[in-house]
Design a protein around this ligand. Structure first.
Ligand SMILES: NC(=O)c1ccc[n+]([C@@H]2O[C@H](COP(=O)([O-])OP(=O)(O)OC[C@H]3O[C@@H](n4cnc5c(N)ncnc54)[C@H](O)[C@@H]3O)[C@@H](O)[C@H]2O)c1
Length: 338
């Protein structure tokens, strides 16, 4: 039931434009496929008609996940790769999604994960640079504000960095914003889509509610609480899971949703626009060269980075709090690879 409705959601926008047979071959790899996010994400990608082949890698358990997911009756092929088969897993892939690494426990910030996840992400990026240097890379592993600069610097060192092909997945913040605003307004989330800019951790998450018909009149304490919930929604899950990890199912949904947007863009669909954390000129003059804002996705990946547009006085304040923190996070990532 879950898989079928998820397949419908993921398939709906693309099937409007393409028949399955018209779609180009798209091999997608999931690195960290055995994990809490990796498993449901692999299932959702198996249901995406724009994925023609799925390559599942983890240091633990990927062949089992692949055997399981491969029985789902959709057209794509699925193969699993063991710990020592990273290079084989990456052969010929066009899109690499990375949810490998440790998740938070109660009381931890995303930055607390840096020490463990930085080297995992760096080593995986080095392998992508070596085996699939033109692949599009979608980074889920936290802290995204630092892991994306780590991937960029690693690719740069290898001489293969193309900023159009690197994305920090901030879609869960967008998903939460739509859901939480819909709850307040008694609307459906499809009516309450919110652009979320900045980065992906607490105060660096800046929802632009003033730009939406349902969000623009939310004010006072209701606004403060809503913004806080969007910024710290991840903590609700970490607390409720009580030591067993952070968001996995909603994150898998968000990851599959972003992957589908990218694949639609790569396949030539026009007007696919969604926030994502990319190398960006928007705040480069302040030393912040990665930023999430609305990005149009096209056949080469990033097609156009949209400006943030008019924002309210409250959002100006949120942005002022975001920028210095984001700058620190980005510099920490770069320093790790330097
Ligand atoms: N971007 C977001 O919005 C978002 C949301 C939630 C979680 N996350 C992050 O996603 C990451 C994964 O979370 P999870 O809940 O799936 O964790 P998990 O521990 O359940 O799974 C992580 C998986 O990564 C694998 N792994 C570790 N090192 C690896 C390596 N070198 N190569 C391949 N695989 C490796 C592990 O074996 C494990 O299967 C965490 O860093 C978490 O903070 C991001």
């Amino acid at each position: 039931m879950f898989a079928r409705s998820a397949a419908r959601i993921l398939a709906a926008p693309s099937t409007r434009f393409f028949s399955a047979s018209a779609v180009t071959q798209t091999k997608v790899a999931v690195l960290g496929a055995g994990g809490g996010i990796g498993q449901p994400l692999s299932l959702l990608l198996k249901n995406d008609p724009l994925v023609t082949s799925l390559s599942l890698y983890d240091i633990r358990g990927a062949p089992g996940v692949a055997a399981d997911v491969s029985h789902v009756d959709t057209a794509s092929e699925v193969k699993g790769y063991a710990a020592d088969q990273l290079d084989q897993a990456l052969e010929g892939v066009k899109v690499v999604v990375i949810p490998a690494g440790v998740p938070r426990k109660p009381g931890m910030t995303r930055d607390d994960l840096f020490n463990t996840n930085a080297s995992i992400v760096r080593d995986l990026a080095a392998a992508v640079a070596r085996v699939a240097p033109t692949a599009h890379i979608l980074v889920i592993s936290n802290p995204v504000n630092s892991t994306v600069p780590i991937v960029a610097a690693t690719l740069e060192k290898a001489g293969v960095f193309n900023p159009r092909r690197l994305f920090g997945v901030t879609t869960l913040d967008v998903v939460r914003a739509a859901r939480f605003l819909a709850e307040i307004k008694g609307a459906t989330p499809s009516e309450t889509v919110v652009t979320v800019i900045g980065g992906h951790s607490g105060p660096t998450i800046v929802p632009l509610l003033s730009q939406t018909p349902f969000g623009k009149d939310v004010a006072g304490e209701t606004l403060d609480k809503l913004v806080y919930r969007i910024q710290f929604g991840g903590d609700e899950v970490v607390k409720a899971k009580d030591g067993a990890g952070s968001a996995t199912l909603s994150m898998a949904y968000a990851g599959a949703k972003f992957a589908n947007s990218l694949l639609r863009g790569l396949n030539g669909e026009k007007g696919v626009i969604t926030p994502t954390f990319v190398k960006s000129p928007l705040y480069e003059d302040q030393g912040i060269d990665f930023f999430s804002s609305n990005v149009e996705l096209g056949t080469e990946g990033v097609e156009k980075i949209h400006p943030i547009g008019p924002i309210s006085a409250e959002e100006e304040k949120l942005l002022a709090a975001c920028l210095p923190e984001l700058k620190k996070n980005i510099e920490k990532g770069k320093a790790f690879v330097a």
